[in-house]
Design a protein around this ligand. Structure first.
Ligand code: AMP
Ligand code: TRP
Length: 328
């Protein structure tokens, strides 16, 4: 089984990215052949700084390797190193309906945040479809916020196959049972996010342990006293999900364990668990990040392996679409 996912090199990665996505990539290595892509071409669809983008790619490569992505077993690549991603995006544009793209909620959210709305931002979901379809992907581990994009990918692939023949593999989304949507600690009605969130409510993978504990101590809960997962208790529910994810236990077990415990002690316990969980990642990250040439070599090796698969898919797609000279 082939597993593929993409992650944007934008700023520091937070606990939501880590639990909802990165942990799933690492776990995916047990189930199948993983390809993990740092999607710098997605990051350029909103205003950005070119020098910063390069640094962000290395930051993210170091986080992914520190988390446990094994470059011997999986492929780790930078999207812009494999030109087939953009070529396939263009070819898939003709199998994508304009109206579908206008309905993408991430496009609507992001275009509300910026004055200049690039055409690239509009075509973003088609580039994501190309990323996935290029590698004949079976399964796509992502957080809940990417469901709509994965569904679009399936629709585009089905439409392509109906028009041009069974060339593309139809992928399935894979959403983690807990932690697919980690919320901001200060505002548990909103998802944790680098752009939309509050600084005190966003826990970064590279935060120092005492900073992490402080963020959890000041987390917003509610005026009740029960530690229970419930729709009316978004703050407490979020903390339970976070603890369940980092301890690999279930929310029900934790409800029993913390029955009768006060909110203050509970928040401290979650903070300490998260700090302990991220500490080894932060240490490995610091070592890996210090050697940029080594990171660059890993990415180049990943790109070379990826190109082998990508070029075969492109040959079939071009042939089916009647683009370029006839193969063979
Ligand atoms: P991005 O940083 O936008 O490229 O997102 C990388 C991955 O993290 C995607 O699979 C997202 O679905 C996932 N993700 C982002 N925010 C959260 C969150 N608050 N909770 C869980 N997963 C998330
Ligand atoms: N759009 C995804 C996000 O914001 C990132 C992404 C790009 C992706 N290409 C992908 C995710 C392919 C999964 C598969 O998180």
């Amino acid at each position: 089984m082939r597993i593929f996912s993409g992650i944007q090199p934008t700023g520091r990665k937070h606990l939501g990215n880590y639990i909802g996505a990165v942990e799933q990539y690492v776990a995916g290595q047990q189930r199948g052949d993983g390809i993990y892509c740092i999607v710098d071409l997605h990051a350029i669809t909103v205003p950005y700084d070119p020098a910063q983008l390069r640094r962000d790619v290395y930051d993210l490569a170091a986080v992914l390797l520190a988390a446990g992505i094994e470059p011997q077993r999986s492929i780790l690549l930078r999207q812009s190193d494999v030109a087939e991603h953009t070529e396939l995006q263009w070819l898939l544009m003709s199998s994508t309906a304009y109206g579908e793209l206008t309905r993408m909620t991430q496009f609507k959210d992001k275009s509300a945040q910026h004055e200049f709305i690039s055409a690239g931002l509009f075509g973003y979901p088609v580039l994501m479809a190309a990323d996935i379809l290029l590698y004949r992907t079976d399964q796509v581990p992502v957080g809940d916020d990417q469901r709509q994009h994965v569904e679009l990918t399936r629709d585009v692939a089905q439409r392509f196959n109906a028009r041009f023949g069974e060339v593309l593999v139809i992928p399935e989304g894979y959403y983690p049972p807990v932690g697919a949507r980690i919320m901001d600690l200060q505002n548990p009605e909103r998802k944790m996010s680098t752009t939309g969130g509050s600084p005190q409510g966003t826990v970064y993978v590279t935060d120092e342990p005492d900073v992490i504990i402080k963020k959890f101590r000041t987390a917003v809960t509610d005026s009740g006293r029960e530690i229970r997962h419930h729709r009316d208790k978004p703050g407490v529910s979020n903390l339970l999900e976070i603890l369940a994810a980092v301890r690999s236990s279930s929310v029900q077990e934790l409800e029993r364990e913390f029955d009768g415990v006060g909110y203050g002690d509970f928040k401290l316990a979650v903070g300490e668990a998260v700090a302990g969980y991220l500490a080894p990642v932060r240490e490995r990250y610091a070592q890996l990040r210090a050697d940029e040439p080594a990171l660059e070599r890993e990415l180049e090796r990943g790109a070379q392996r990826a190109r082998g698969i990508a070029s075969e898919t492109m040959r079939a797609v071009r042939e089916a679409m009647g683009v370029g000279r006839r193969a063979g």
